[in-house]
Ligand binder design. Structure first.
Ligand code: ZN
Length: 436
């Protein structure tokens, strides 16, 4: 079994791993690195070729992927795992793209704008598919911060490989079911040859709290909000469980939730189509600028306190709605004592930190009241990782999704469980190999 660490082994973003067994290769994830998109002004990746995207560090460098690619597997639908599919999958035309329903609807959405020649295959959580006569892929039910997330188990003649990138262990996930612990334990009993595992939050010394806790934080903040002033809320567009909680709480309070922004429209309309998200009566989604402007005019006319706009832009992205509203570019203006709730954390890269600083400072100058961190993470912390190690008991471990500090933190955790670096836990950079 040869594992090529294509992308995501030096950074948070552009995840991609290739596994070769007996001459057949399969790829797991094909992601994008978003902070590298943001540092180049006016970057329109739809107009850039794959070579340029690879050179700028936005896409994973596929030049090291060898062998006959039999399948492209997508573990979940976040852009740092699927954002390069539309352009890179055409290098492996005969390989089907396999993902859960929510992930594959996102790929179909991409297909409206880009030619994706590959066959698209939908596999439910808990199901298994043969990709060759000797290799099968199993999707194990998992929780994260987007619907239909999985851990992937690849059953091969060289043993079983488990891909755990990304996940959290959430027993009360608000939407969907808790992780399939029985299956993980069974895999551990049967033998796991290798575990490829995310390292994003491994240095956080606790268990990542459940999404139910985030729901309570949002509820507590909203219920105590001043009913005479405006309330704006911002969160991750793909965090459908959170959005479901927010719209439910707002309608219970008699306020009409409005979901605003292009990505908000994309992710929530797919969730509605798949019956994952149940929108209360009166709630609406507006994606294009014209209708957003129109509905915000109505909000101002009828009274801000009657509506809860849920907008894009929690990282302070200058082009997103929250920044535009703060800059006074839309009919909805932030006035003194208006309340802005961030149901999100800051994704820790210097660009986001700077953007958020600028946004919050402008809001303060307008007299807004800011409520930060009504949020819990979607990534496993140290004690969750320990539980997974105990369940899976892998022979070999390859930490992924992080910079070297994050990967090394995972290696330290593995050492506490009897593993040793370069004997059975491997630290790799992008474009390297491990042969097991
Ligand atoms: Zn993710």
């Amino acid at each position: 079994m040869k594992i090529t660490t294509v992308g995501g082994y030096e950074e948070v973003g552009r995840n991609m791993t290739a596994i070769e067994v007996g001459g057949d290769t399969f790829i797991i994830d094909m992601g994008i690195r978003l902070d590298r998109v943001m540092i180049h002004e006016d970057t329109d990746i739809s107009k850039m070729g794959q070579r340029e995207l690879i050179e700028k560090g936005i896409f994973p460098d596929i030049s090291k992927v060898k062998g006959n690619v039999k399948a492209i597997i997508l573990g979940h639908g976040h852009l740092d795992h699927i954002g390069a599919v539309a352009k890179l999958s055409r290098n492996y035309k005969s390989a089907p793209i396999i993902g859960t329903p929510y992930t594959m609807e996102l790929i179909k959405h991409e297909r409206r704008y880009a030619k994706i020649p590959n066959q698209l295959v939908t596999l439910e959580q808990g199901e298994t598919i043969d990709i060759t006569s000797k290799i099968s892929i199993e999707f194990i039910r998992m929780t994260h911060s987007i619907p239909h997330s999985t851990m992937c188990a690849a059953h091969t003649p060289e043993g079983t490989l488990v891909y755990a990138n990304d996940f959290k262990l959430d027993d009360t996930p608000v939407l969907g079911k808790k992780p399939d612990y029985d299956r993980l334990k069974q895999l551990g009993r049967d033998g796991v040859k290798a575990l490829i595992v995310e390292a994003v939050s491994v240095s956080c010394e606790w268990r990542t709290p459940s999404e139910e806790i985030a729901q309570k934080l949002v509820e507590d903040t909203l219920l105590k909000s001043d009913p005479d002033s405006g309330v704006l809320l911002t969160t991750f567009s793909s965090q459908i469980a959170r959005i479901s909680s927010i719209v439910e709480i707002a309608s219970r309070m008699g306020i009409t939730p409005l979901l605003l922004g292009r990505s908000m429209e994309k992710y929530t309309s797919i969730a509605e189509k798949l019956k994952i998200l149940d929108m209360p009566e009166g709630a609406h989604v507006y994606g294009d600028q014209k209708s957003i402007r129109r509905v915000l005019e109505r909000v101002v006319k009828e009274g801000k306190e009657k509506y809860l706009p849920i907008v894009t832009g929690h990282q302070g992205e200058p082009d997103a709605l929250l920044s535009k509203i703060t800059a006074g570019k839309l009919p909805y203006k932030i006035k003194k004592d208006d309340q802005v709730i961030f149901s999100s954390g800051v994704i820790p890269n210097p660009i986001n930190v700077a953007n958020r600083y600028a946004l919050e400072t402008k809001m303060h100058m307008l007299g807004a009241r800011i409520f930060k961190d009504a949020h819990v993470s979607g990534h496993a912390s140290k004690e969750d990782h320990r539980d997974v190690l105990k369940m899976l008991k892998p022979e070999n471990i390859i930490p992924c999704h992080g910079n070297l500090t994050m990967l090394a933190s995972y290696a330290e955790l593995a050492e506490e469980h009897g593993y040793s670096i370069d004997k059975d836990v491997y630290l790799r950079r992008n474009g390297q190999n491990i042969v097991l």
